[in-house]
Design a protein around this ligand. Structure first.
Ligand code: 6GU
Length: 226
C-alpha cells in the first residue's frame, strides 16, 4: 500500500509514522507514506496557498491551484484507488470503512485547513470524504493520522499476532470483552475463574457473553444495527 498525504502542516503528521506499529509497518515494507507540503506547489512568490472566501465571512480557504497541481503530479505517476478529503462534514469513520480502505493499493489523503478547500477541488478530485467524529479539529492532519493508523494496522503482516485484529472491538459489531493478565489475584480482586480453567469452549462462550453484555450496556446502538 502507498499513501500520499497532502498537507500545509507536514510536521504535525511526522511523529505517528516514526513510532510504534506504523513505523514497523513502514520498515517491513508493507506500507509507504509520503508527505507533500502544499506550499511546495504554490505558484506566486509568497508561496500563498489560502485566500479569502467569495461572498465574505471569516476564515481562509485553501486555493484550488496548488492542490490541483499536486494532484496532477501524483496522478501522472500512478493511478489512485481513492482520493480522500479529511473534513468534519465527511462521513464518520468506522471499522467498516477502515476494513474497506485497508484493501486499497494507492491512496491520496488531502488534509483540509481553515474553512476547508475550494469546492471545485472536491468536485474534481475527491472520491471519498471522511470525518473522524462530531467535533471540530483545527485541520485534517490529526484525522489523517487516525485514519492511517486504523487502516495500516489491518494490513496483513503489520500486527505481530495476525489474529489480534479479528478480536478487536467493532470487528464483529461488538465491543471487546474484558481482558486479564497476571497476577491471578490483585488487591483482593480475582481473575474470573473460567479464564484459568483451561476449557477453551467455556472461555469462548464467556468472552462472547461478556462482549454482548458490555455492548448492550455501553453501546446499545451497535446491537440495533445490521
Ligand atoms: Cl477529518 N477535520 C477537521 N478539521 N475536523 C474534524 C475532522 C476532520 N473530523 C472531525 N472533525
Amino acid at each position: 500500500m502507498r499513501i500520499d498525504i497532502i498537507t500545509v502542516l507536514p510536521e504535525l503528521l511526522k511523529s505517528p509514522f516514526e513510532a510504534s506499529i506504523l513505523k514497523r509497518a513502514i520498515e517491513k515494507g508493507l506500507v509507504e507514506v509520503h508527505m507533500h507540503n502544499l506550499r511546495d506547489y504554490a505558484s506566486n512568490k509568497y508561496k500563498q496557498v489560502d485566500d479569502y472566501q467569495f461572498g465574505g465571512g471569516a476564515g481562509m480557504v485553501l486555493m484550488p491551484e496548488p492542490i490541483d497541481k499536486c494532484m496532477q503530479q501524483l496522478s501522472s505517476e500512478r493511478s489512485y484507488d481513492e482520493i480522500i478529503y479529511m473534513t468534519p462534514d465527511g462521513s464518520t469513520l468506522n471499522q467498516q470503512t477502515a476494513n474497506t480502505l485497508s484493501l486499497k493499493e494507492n491512496m491520496i489523503i488531502l488534509c483540509g485547513h481553515y474553512k476547508g478547500v475550494d469546492q471545485r477541488i472536491r468536485d474534481l478530485w475527491i472520491t471519498r470524504e471522511v470525518s473522524i467524529g462530531d467535533y471540530v479539529l483545527s485541520g485534517g492532519e490529526l484525522g489523517a493520522a487516525v485514519l492511517c493508523d486504523a487502516i495500516i494496522r489491518l494490513i496483513p503482516g503489520v500486527l505481530n499476532d495476525e489474529t489480534s485484529a479479528l478480536t478487536d472491538s467493532f470487528q464483529d459489531q461488538l465491543l471487546a470483552p474484558p481482558v486479564y493478565t497476571r497476577p491471578r489475584e490483585f488487591k483482593g480482586m480475582k481473575v474470573p475463574e473460567v479464564l484459568t480453567s483451561g476449557n477453551f469452549e467455556k472461555i469462548e462462550a464467556w468472552r462472547e457473553a461478556e462482549a454482548y453484555r458490555r455492548t448492550a450496556e455501553r453501546r446499545p446502538d451497535l446491537l440495533d444495527r445490521s
